[in-house]
Design a protein around this ligand. Structure first.
Ligand SMILES: Cc1cc2nc3c(=O)[nH]c(=O)nc-3n(C[C@H](O)[C@H](O)[C@H](O)COP(=O)(O)O)c2cc1C
Ligand code: SF4
Length: 430
């Protein structure tokens, strides 16, 4: 299989078919082992499937890292009410491009993961909620679902097991907030994509008011491999608390950006220097956002000792999130980058909560003022006070996502803010 930038340090479990168009067809997918996991799962009880995923230690790849088996175990154990599985393929976090690639190259891996997940939580219907802009990926996925229906892998009698599971691909309209699990459920129901107050949690009251589990694409794609090979096999990679492999989306100032599937715990600097070929033009590293634009920035110094797993990144002062590694070299204007992130979140805020709706706009305006050379040192205090009120005070954590890059940049790159402020003062007095 020809795929760029493969090295002996990458461990491919989920991304084996990237670059191989044959895997998109059902025949090609079956030749490559797809649907063996479903067969194995159907020979087990739903609870046994939950147990094996629990034992593997798989954690949700959508950002929060919540243990998948534990989440599944919150679902009711009967068939009294309809249950639903929602696969979150909304992938809109800036710097994130892994789920789209999984769907584009290996749609049957996701279909299989959804069917196993649905079986384990006793759902008769699964939805895959796709980001509206994913035109090609959605077409590839829709074709795969059609083929799987025609082959009896989805429908009234899945693989002749007597189990009924339907699967619907639903295309969103391109709103970032519909990636938040309860915003997604509202959108699926045809309502405005606004997050819901929790509790009740989705396992009790989810889509259409019924018990629901929401899982990320990458999470569900790990499941067939775990079911076929066992939880110990999966635990050969990563650490006790962060087992397995993870796709890292690397973008920014590196020579070879792209998706890299690595064992969790991989050293951040080895990813940048060895796998990604180092910083472009031989420049020095300035900062890294390790988990998508909603997490705190790391300084070059903090990156040196950073291991890429949930605990490792958090001990360095940030979060693994969805593992979207945005690399910034010495030429990067940090204030400009942070302003662009804040503006993105201000645009995507659904507007239900005052700290988020108003705060994200005021933060953006303050950053714009500083960037334009019209800021004062007091603005830095204002930014810290404003963002402090945006954390933990809202329905969902989009608001916290604005605060994280702003607060970390003011604390860690204060000199850059001060340089813009002082340059503006000099111009103003000239
Ligand atoms: C504002 C916001 C946007 C989110 N966007 C996504 C997304 O695009 N894809 C995703 O899988 N999870 C996203 N999440 C996380 C989901 O709410 C949810 O935790 C996740 O889909 C659960 O799947 P997992 O347990 O497999 O990680 C988002 C969360 C927030 C607060
Ligand atoms: S935090 Fe922001 S995006 Fe989330 S519900 Fe409140 S207003 Fe909407």
């Amino acid at each position: 299989m020809a795929y760029p930038y493969v090295s002996d340090r990458e461990v491919r479990v989920i991304s084996t078919q990237f670059g191989d168009p044959e895997a998109r067809t059902l025949a090609g997918a079956k030749q490559r082992g797809r649907y063996q996991g479903l067969k194995t799962a159907l020979d087990m009880s739903p609870d046994a499937v939950v147990d094996i995923v629990k034992a593997s230690g798989l954690r949700g790849r959508g950002g929060a890292g919540f243990p998948t088996g534990l989440k599944w175990s919150f679902m009711p154990k009967d068939y009294d009410k309809p249950h639903y599985l929602c696969c979150n393929a909304d992938e809109s976090e800036p710097g994130t491009f892994k789920d789209r690639e999984i769907i584009r190259w290996d749609p049957h891996q996701l279909v299989e993961g959804c069917l196993i997940g649905a079986y384990a939580i006793r759902a008769r219907h699964a939805y895959i909620y796709c980001r509206g802009e994913f035109f090609e990926a959605t077409q590839v996925l829709a074709r795969a679902v059609e083929e799987a229906y025609a082959d009896g892998l989805i429908g009234d009698d899945v693989m002749g097991s007597g189990q009924k599971i339907d699967l619907t691909v639903h295309v969103g309209s391109g709103a970032y907030i519909c990636g938040e699990e309860t915003g997604l459920m509202n959108s699926l129901e045809g309502r405005r994509g606004e997050p819901r107050v929790k509790p009740p949690f989705p396992a009790a009251v989810g889509v259409f008011g019924m018990p629901t589990t929401v899982n990320n694409v990458e999470t569900l794609c790990a499941v067939p491999h775990i079911v076929v090979n066992g939880s110990e096999w999966y635990r050969q990679w990563g650490s006790e608390k962060s087992p397995g492999t993870k796709l890292f989306c690397v973008s920014g100032h590196v020579r070879k950006p792209g998706n890299y599937e690595l064992p969790l715990g991989f050293p951040l600097m080895d990813l940048i220097d060895d796998l990604c070929g180092g910083i472009t033009n031989g420049n020095a590293l300035k900062a890294v956002i390790p988990g998508g634009s909603s997490v705190p920035l790391l300084t070059a110094e903090e990156c040196r000792s950073c291991a890429l797993d949930y605990e490792g990144v958090s001990s360095c002062g940030s979060m693994l999130g969805c593992a979207s590694v945005i690399v910034m070299d010495e030429t990067t204007d940090i204030v400009k980058q942070v302003r662009r992130m804040a503006a993105f979140y201000a645009h995507e805020s659904c507007g239900q909560c005052t700290p988020c709706r108003e705060g994200s706009i005021w933060v953006t305006r303050t950053l714009e003022r500083i960037e334009a050379g019209r800021g004062t040192e007091d603005d830095l205090d204002t930014l810290m006070e404003l963002t402090a009120q945006m954390v933990g005070t809202t329905i969902c954590v989009l608001s916290d996502s604005v605060a994280a890059p702003v607060q970390s940049s003011v604390l860690k790159f204060r000199d850059e803010y001060l340089a813009l402020i002082r340059r503006g003062e000099r111009v103003g007095t000239a």
